[in-house]
Design a protein around this ligand. Structure first.
Ligand SMILES: [Fe+2]
Length: 232
């Protein structure tokens, strides 16, 4: 934003604090004054996350500007429900961590009764778009904390650096990870091609008619190997 635009934006933000001699000006000032307290959506920074209640304390990341005080941080918002994608009994959860960027959504009515009891409730107080009624979604990023790379085909459930991920694209699911546990950790998976090579070459010691025996009369083939699931 250049200096002229910045000055104009500042003037606009402070209009209700400047004397206005016209009726229109007074009405505009009153509306703008109310709008400044009508919170909708703001970026924020997670300060702490409670995994038991799935709520966060969050710092709004845009300051308020006052003529007398200058730039002032909005207060930290506490007990903000954190929104994870979910439905039908399934959820995607994330280990929300202090410092994570987030998006803060402000409810148009007080959420306390809904938060405590669920269901359809009366508002607990006559608040509208208030700082006390914030929800948090995680995953939004400013440019300094954006992902170094972002998949442009299919869907990825991934680590920040992309070295660990599950990707679905077209008819294929790809898993990339240092280790993968499937249904437990008690036994290692078999490498199909390696087993095939070993099996087809193996022989037995036997007394007659010779030693060692011949290789298997029915060798292992691709028919015994999955064409759809591959590991290793
Ligand atoms: Fe054998």
């Amino acid at each position: 934003m250049d200096a002229t635009k910045a000055a104009k934006a500042f003037e606009y933000a402070q209009r209700d604090e400047a004397a206005s001699g016209t009726q229109e000006g007074a009405i505009n000032a009153a509306i703008e004054s109310r709008l400044r307290e009508l919170h909708t959506v703001l970026p924020g920074i997670i300060r702490s996350f409670d995994a038991v209640t799935q709520t966060a304390t969050v710092q709004p990341a845009i300051r308020r500007i006052f003529v007398s005080q200058g730039a002032v941080d909005l207060p930290e918002l506490v007990d903000c429900p954190v929104c994870f994608p979910g439905g039908g009994g399934f959820f995607l959860t994330f280990p929300v961590t202090a410092g994570d960027e987030c998006l803060i959504h402000f409810s148009e009515r007080a959420i306390d009764h809904w938060f405590e009891f669920g269901g359809v409730q009366d508002p607990s107080e006559a608040r509208f778009h208030d700082l006390s009624d914030a929800f948090v979604t995680v995953g939004v990023t400013s440019q300094p904390s954006k992902l170094a790379s972002c998949g442009t085909s299919g869907v990825e459930l991934r680590s920040r650096d992309g070295t660990t991920k599950i990707k679905i694209a077209g008819t294929k699911v790809t898993v990339e990870a240092a280790t993968v546990d499937i249904c437990g950790t008690s036994e290692p998976a078999v490498l199909g091609d390696a087993l095939k090579t070993l099996y087809n070459a193996h022989v037995h010691v036997c007394a007659a008619p010779g030693s060692p025996s011949a290789v298997p009369t029915v060798p292992m083939s691709a028919a015994q190997l999955s064409a759809k699931v591959k590991i290793g």
